[in-house]
Each structure stands twice: as C-alpha cells, then as structure tokens.
Design a protein around this ligand. Sequence first.
Ligand SMILES: Cc1ncc(C[n+]2csc(CCOP(=O)(O)OP(=O)(O)O)c2C)c(N)n1
Ligand SMILES: [Mg+2]
Length: 339
Amino acid sequence: MKNIEEVIGKHSDSVRGRLVESVAMITKCEDLIVQHYNENQMKTPMHMSVGDESCVAGVVECFREDSYFFGYYRTHSLYLAVARDPYKFFAELLGKKTGSNGGIAGSMHMSSVADGLLNTSALVASTIPLSLGAALSNRLLKEKSYSVVFFGDGAIEEGVFHETLNMAAFFKLPILFVCLDNGLAVDLKGEARQGFKSIKNLVEGYKCEYVFSDNPTVNEAYGAAVQAKRLLSECGTPVFLHMGYYRYLQHIGIGDDFSETNASTFEKRNYRSLELHKKYLKKHPLEVAVSEMVAAGWEKSDVEKSIDRIADITLKAYSKALGDQFSSYGEAEGKVYFD
Ligand SMILES: Cc1ncc(C[n+]2csc(CCOP(=O)(O)OP(=O)(O)O)c2C)c(N)n1
Ligand SMILES: [Mg+2]
C-alpha cells in the first residue's frame, strides 16, 4: 500500500486550489451562521461542521465526478463541498423557497440531487443502507462508479451499519464508507458506548479494506481518498475510510464548550478538556490549508485574496437569501407530509 505522501506529491495545483477553496467556503459559511444565528432568522437546529471541513472537502474532491453521495445530519460541509452553492445553502437555512430543498429541509436534511448528493438525514445511520441501494443501482444501470456515505462514529453502534457492510462486502459493492470520528456521540466518548475493541478490527472482520487518516489536512484527506479509491478499484471490496477530527463546537448549536456566553442548555459541561480545545484552536483547518499552500510555493497574498473573494461571495449569498420569500406549508405537503 502506498504512503499518503507519495499520493499527495502527484496533486496538480488546480486540485490544491479547489481544496483550499472548499475549506474556505465551508469556513466562511459556518462563520456567518455563528455571527447571525442568535438573530433568530435561521430557525433550524444547527449541527455545525466546524472541524470536519478538511476531511469532507478532500473526499468530495476525489470522488466528485463519478459518485453518488449520502450524508448524515451534519450536512453543511458536505452540501457546500458537493454543490458549492452558498446562496441555496443560506436560503435553505432561512426557510426560503429558493433554498436547496425549497426551505423545508433545514440544516439536517440538505441535498442536491443534480450534483449527486442524494440524501442526508437526522436519523443516525439511516442513510447508510441508502448508499447500498445506490451502489446496486450503479451496478445495474451503470450510472456512477461509486457510492460514498458519510456518518459519525456513533452510527457504527447501529445495527443497520453492520447489515449494510455485510451486504456490501458479500456483493463486492464499490461503496466508500466515510466515518467522521470526533470520538463523541453528543457528549459521550467512545469508551462509554462501544462494546467492540476497535473500529479497525470490527471493519476488518468483514471483507472490506480499511484506511485511517487522523485529523488530516485537506491535502492529506485528499491523499487518503485517492488511496481509498485505488483500493475500491483494485480489491473489488467496499472500503472504510476512518477519519479522526476535532469537533470545535457543541453537538448542536453555535456554542463551544468553554465560553460561558456560548453555553447551550442542551449539553452538559466538563466532558472534554480546555487544554485540548486550545491546542486545536491553533490549527483550524483553513489556517492549516493556507500554510500548506504557502509551503507548496503559492504566494500567501494570492491565497488570502482568493479566500477574501469567497468570504465576499458567501456574505452576498446570505444577504440575498435574507430577502427571499419564505417557504410555505404547501411546499412540505407531498414531500414531508403524506396523507
Ligand atoms: C436512530 C437515532 N438514534 C438516536 C438519535 C439521537 N442522536 C442524535 S445525534 C446522536 C449522536 C451521534 O453521534 P455521531 O454519529 O458520532 O455523530 P456526530 O454528532 O458526532 O457527528 C444521537 C445519539 C438519532 N438522531 N437517531
Ligand atoms: Mg461522533
């Protein structure tokens, strides 16, 4: 198996550029949500992506052309990496007709079928079996080559994860299982929930290849995805891409665990350490992505200019969406509510 660095060495500059742009777009959109959520215009409960930007942007860049994507309720980074449309993103969060899903999906159910993001859902693990259906349909209809499903570490404790992995391994389906592992389900750590020894052992009990990438930079995440893609085509088995990352904010909402003003009433406090938090504050994915660009020979001022341009686009998208028409009950009828 090739070392991830060898793969990264082959990146074209345009891939590097797109990777940093994706991370910047996600970061700037999340920043705007943090700034404006308390104005109560966005009524949807927020499960923020702050921390997983690099993982998601790297995987999407590698699989974008030939895959169907599925996500879970932490949809922001996946939607923005796949659809790259901050206007439809904010319109959706604001409940507007012009949103990605007509304003009825909100933060937890965003999709963009035209771009290949078929479904996301608030129910833990519920889109994992859908990725199996898409993979079977890909095989029969020869539409896309891969089915890629993102989920949190908590989803592994759900029965449907094992059933899907079993069938995917048995039928040799090209599914990429992407586990975004922040070590937490709400405020419970893995050791307080899991009866198995390790995710790696568990996955390797199936006929499934395993790739691990811990807190990757966006280029490392891309490299891990390239490696996973090669295994998918060479081994003829599903692949499990296990990515560790640090969740900066609380499980839900825009607050972190440490500043009094940000405290949510939903989560208990003191379940993780301030020291660790401070460590990660020094290596936010966007700052790390910029440093990587500079190390690769790009002018820092050029990179910063392109990030400023993205900040401007996202702010204009938010302002425009604010002025749009609200969605209506009729929009939901036949889509969310059925007789
Ligand atoms: C089937 C189901 N069971 C329980 C819940 C309640 N719930 C919401 S989020 C969550 C934790 C999931 O953690 P993880 O999968 O690791 O994702 P993360 O939030 O860490 O990204 C739980 C148990 C749910 N939404 N769906
Ligand atoms: Mg988790």
